[in-house]
Design a protein around this ligand. Structure first.
Ligand code: ADP
Length: 228
């Protein structure tokens, strides 16, 4: 547990499109330790999503160092990076990103397909993850047969099924009404407390950010404040 779960050292990310450069991140350093509960806040366009993509190994920095579980991302091949992402990180998105024609159980089991887990075990682990998020009675439901809050809980079960060290959630309550949003936050807090999984979420909502134990304020591609 001595390695930080995630560490960025003077990370920049410049997007290049048709000769135009956008400096989305201009030198971000931060570390996130095992078991933390962190909110990333800041104005639209300040670089929050870019930072989340980097922390989740969905993208690589233009310069600076990024370490996941103590391993330097720049030194990894695409295959190794995908493997590290699959083993270490779970993702939750604002719009759930569930497969519409697929049952809750098979949606949750999907990350295990990529890890080569046999079918029977996938089904058992998916059912267990859905039970953990309070949806043990909805295994066969498709996303369209579930409420928004239930769909987000399915997405959280999918993020957890691989037993990651970190869950990265980009506006996880953004498409939910206030009460349902708080229920999703209750769930993330419980998983953080009981399973020790670190949670890093982006939010625009002050009352959601207020519930995190640490808030990282991003502005113009830099960390403006980091408050615990
Ligand atoms: P936030 O999540 O805080 O709204 P983003 O990380 O999405 O901010 O964007 C930061 C900046 O980078 C913005 O100016 C945005 O327009 C730009 N940007 C984001 N993604 C891309 C991309 N794929 N190509 C070019 N520019 C991008």
């Amino acid at each position: 547990m001595s390695d930080p779960a995630l560490e960025a050292v003077d990370v920049t990310r410049t997007y290049r499109m048709e000769g135009v450069e956008v400096d989305a991140l201009r030198g971000v350093s931060l570390r996130i330790d095992a078991g933390e509960f962190v909110a990333i806040v800041g104005p639209s366009g300040s670089g929050k999503s870019t930072l989340m993509h980097l922390l989740g190994c969905l993208d690589r920095p233009t310069s600076g160092a990024l370490r996941i579980g103590g391993r330097e991302v720049a030194r990894l091949s695409e295959g190794e990076l995908a493997e590290l992402r699959n083993a270490r990180v779970g993702f939750v998105f604002q719009s759930f990103h569930l497969l519409a024609r697929t049952s809750a159980r098979d949606n949750v089991a999907l990350p295990l397909v990529y890890r080569g887990v046999p079918r029977g075990e996938r089904r058992r682990r998916a059912a267990r993850a859905l039970t953990t998020v309070g949806l043990g009675h909805r295994l066969g439901h498709r996303p369209g047969q579930l409420s928004g809050g239930e769909q987000q809980r399915v997405a959280i079960a999918r993020a957890l099924v691989g037993e990651p060290r970190v869950v990265l959630a980009d506006e996880p309550t953004g498409n939910l009404d206030t009460r349902t949003g708080h229920e999703v936050m209750d769930l993330l807090e419980r998983l953080n407390a009981e399973q020790g999984v670190a949670v890093v979420l982006v939010t625009h909502e002050p009352d959601v950010a207020e519930r995190a134990r640490r808030r990282i304020h991003i502005r113009d591609g830099r960390v403006e404040r980091d408050v615990s």
